[in-house]
Design a protein around this ligand. Structure first.
Ligand code: CA
Length: 232
């Protein structure tokens, strides 16, 4: 089945160019020129990836992303005209998997699209323990990717987007020790330039919200290697 990409870009020439390039790569493409219609489409239909311009008429890209994240986990790559660190951080925190600064080389964008789609696939595929697609459990803990929800014995656990992504990655790869680099790549994107100890920070937050609260030892540290969630 062909992968579907939603292109959201108000510069018509660029939108058309992206559509042609992506079709040439074998993707099925829908395009929208304003934020409001893009959000409607993204909520109503399922895409493997959304390319989302930040500066859009109607509803800007950040707002589209925030509202989309309340309902769905579709991977989003932000297209930002401004090379602003704030935008990137805000975008990643709001749940984008990556961003590309305009003007960009099409080859670079295509490479990032492939990575973003691939990152989503193996996690879904390597989930023999999933009771149904997109749902992982560990004892009384349930992570539901489709609803973007984590519960422990029915009680909602509130996680940020990156904490959620990290927990999902560990649950989807149960019994595999994942290195900090691997986790960093899954959670922050492959070209993340910051400190790798950010992984320890997220792990600490998840432990504080789950392990400590419910008195369990779900997240295990493997010294000198990384982290693992073992089968119960
Ligand atoms: Ca624009």
């Amino acid at each position: 089945m062909r992968e579907r990409i939603l292109v959201v870009e108000d510069e018509e020439k660029l939108a058309r160019f992206l559509e042609l390039e992506l079709q040439h790569e074998g993707y099925e493409v829908e395009k929208r020129l304003d934020g409001r219609r893009a959000l409607e489409t993204a909520l109503a239909e399922d895409f493997d990836l959304i390319l989302l311009d930040v500066m859009l008429p109607g509803l800007n890209g950040m707002e589209v992303l925030r509202r989309l994240r309340q309902e769905k986990t579709t991977p989003v790559i932000l297209l930002t005209a401004r090379d602003s660190v704030m935008d990137k951080v805000a975008g990643l925190d709001a749940g984008a998997v990556d961003y590309v600064t305009k003007p960009f080389a099409i080859e670079e964008l295509l490479a990032r699209i492939r990575v973003s789609i691939k990152l989503r696939r193996p996690a879904a595929a390597a989930a023999p323990a999933a009771s149904s697609e997109g749902v992982w459990t560990w004892g009384s803990l349930v992570l539901d990717e489709n609803r973007r929800r984590v519960t422990y014995a029915g009680e909602t656990v509130s996680l940020t987007n990156r904490e959620f992504l990290m927990l999902k990655t560990l649950l989807a790869n149960k019994d595999l020790v994942l290195s900090r680099d691997t986790l960093l790549e899954k959670v922050c994107g492959y070209d993340y330039m910051g400190e790798t100890n950010i992984v320890d920070v997220y792990i600490r937050h998840i432990r504080a919200k789950i392990d400590d609260v419910y008195g369990i030892k779900m997240l295990q540290t493997v010294r000198g290697v990384g982290y693992v969630i073992r089968s119960e």
